[in-house]
Design a protein around this ligand. Structure first.
Ligand code: F6P
Length: 359
C-alpha cells in the first residue's frame, strides 16, 4: 500500500498528532509506504512530496502546526484562474498512490469531495479550531483554542476588576460562535456574542449596567463573525487568491466604540488572533487526534474511501464526503452550553433568543 497524507487550510493544534496516528497505524498494521504531500493541495499542484519514515512520525505528538506544511490558497479546481484538477489526478496516478488521507476543514473537505468524484481514493480527517465542520460533534484544535481563550479571559478579569472596566475579548471562529460560546462559559463571561444571533447594542448596555451595579466590571466575549442586528460583519482584509477570501476581524473595536458612547465607565478591547491556533495541543486534543487518525487508517485498510471520520453521539464513525462538503455547522438554539449560559443569566445581546437568528 502507498498512501499519501496532506494537511490543508489553516493550521491548528493536533495536526501532527493525527499525521503520526495515520502514518504509524498504516505502517505497523498494513506495512504501508507513507508519502507526505507538502503544503496541502499546493504539493499536489507543484509536485512537492517526500516519503515519511517511522522516525519522521515520531516525537511530533505534542508539536503545534504541521510537519507537512499547509496552504489555504491552492484550490486545484481554481488555481490562478485555471482548473488544474486533471494535472492533480495524473500526479496522483504517477505517484502510484492507493489513497490520500486529507486532514482539513470545510474548504479541504469540499475540494476532497470534488477530487473523489474524479476517482481519487480519499479519507477525510476533520480539523479546525472553529469546530464548524458538518456532521461531527468535535474537531481537534477546538478544545485547545478554547483553553487558550479561557486563560485569556481569566487574565483580562483581573484588569477589569481592578479598574472597573468593561473588557472585550475577540475570538476567532469564522462564521460560527463555538469558540466564543465555550470559552465564554468556561471563563464566566457576562456577555457572549456569536454570529448565529445578531446582537442589539441596547441589550449589551443593559447587561453591562446590571453587572456594574453588582461587580463594577463586565467581561464580553465576542466571536469575530458576530454582527449587530441589521448590520454587517467586520472584515479585516480580503485575500484575493484564497478560495475563502474574507478574513474577519475588528468587531471588538467596533463594539468598544459603540459601548464607550453609551456607558459611563472605560472599555478596553483585545483580539487574540492566531495565538488561538498556536502551540501544543491539550492532552485531550492529542488523544482525539490520535483516535481520528487511527480510525482513518482503519478505513483505508478496509478500502472504505470517499468518507470522513466524524464523532457522533460520542463515538467515532464515518460519513460520505458529500455530507460534509460545502457546508458549515453553527450553534443551534437548543445547544446545551448555550441553554446553560442563558439559564445563568449570561447575555447574548438579544432580547429573546427564541425569536432571533438561526434555529
Ligand atoms: O479557520 C480557522 C481560522 O483561524 C478562523 O478562525 C479565522 O477566521 C481564519 O482561520 C484566519 O485565517 P488566516 O490564518 O488565513 O488569517
Amino acid at each position: 500500500m502507498r498512501i499519501g497524507i496532506l494537511t490543508g487550510g489553516g493550521d491548528c493544534q493536533g495536526l501532527n498528532a493525527a499525521i503520526r496516528a495515520v502514518a504509524k497505524s498504516l505502517m505497523l498494521n498494513n506495512n504501508a509506504e507513507i508519502i507526505g504531500i507538502e503544503d496541502g493541495f499546493d504539493g499536489l499542484l507543484k509536485r512537492k512530496v517526500r516519503q515519511l519514515s517511522y522516525a519522521d512520525c515520531s516525537g511530533i505528538l505534542s508539536l503545534g502546526g504541521t510537519i507537512l506544511g499547509t496552504s489555504n490558497k491552492a484550490n486545484p479546481f481554481d488555481y490562478q484562474g485555471k482548473d488544474c484538477s486533471a494535472d492533480v489526478m495524473s500526479y496522483y496516478h504517477e505517484l502510484g498512490l492507493d489513497a490520500v488521507v486529507m486532514i482539513g476543514g470545510d474548504g479541504t473537505m469540499s475540494i476532497a469531495y470534488e477530487l473523489s468524484k474524479l476517482g481519487m481514493n480519499i479519507v477525510g480527517v476533520p480539523k479546525t479550531i472553529d469546530n464548524d465542520l458538518m456532521c461531527t460533534e468535535r474537531t481537534f484544535g477546538f478544545q485547545t483554542a478554547v483553553s487558550i481563550v479561557t486563560e485569556a479571559i481569566d487574565r483580562l478579569r483581573t484588569t477589569g476588576h481592578s479598574h472597573k472596566r468593561v473588557m472585550i475579548l475577540e475570538t476567532m471562529g469564522r462564521y460560527a460562535g463555538w469558540i466564543a460560546l465555550h470559552a465564554g462559559v468556561a471563563g464566566g463571561a457576562d456577555v457572549i456574542l456569536i454570529p448565529e444571533y445578531p446582537y442589539n447594542i441596547d441589550e449589551i448596555v443593559s447587561a453591562c449596567e446590571l453587572r456594574a451595579s453588582e461587580q463594577h466590571y463586565s467581561i464580553i466575549v465576542v466571536a469575530e463573525g458576530a454582527k449587530p442586528e441589521n448590520g454587517t460583519m467586520a472584515v479585516q482584509e480580503t485575500i484575493a487568491d484564497s478560495p475563502d477570501p474574507i478574513r474577519l476581524g475588528g468587531i471588538s473595536d467596533v463594539l468598544k466604540s459603540q459601548l464607550e458612547t453609551r456607558l459611563n465607565g472605560e472599555v478596553r478591547a483585545t483580539s487574540l488572533g492566531h495565538i488561538q491556533r498556536g502551540g501544543s495541543p491539550t492532552a485531550n486534543d492529542r488523544i482525539f487526534a490520535t483516535n481520528v487518525g487511527a480510525f482513518a487508517a482503519k478505513l483505508i485498510s478496509e478500502k472504505l474511501f470517499g468518507r470522513v471520520v466524524v464523532q457522533q453521539k460520542n463515538q467515532l464513525t464515518s460519513v460520505p464526503l458529500e455530507q460534509v462538503a460545502n457546508q458549515t455547522k453553527g450553534v443551534a438554539r437548543d445547544n446545551i452550553t448555550l441553554q446553560s449560559a442563558l439559564s445563568l443569566g449570561i447575555s447574548f445581546g438579544v432580547a429573546n433568543l427564541e425569536t432571533t437568528g438561526q434555529s
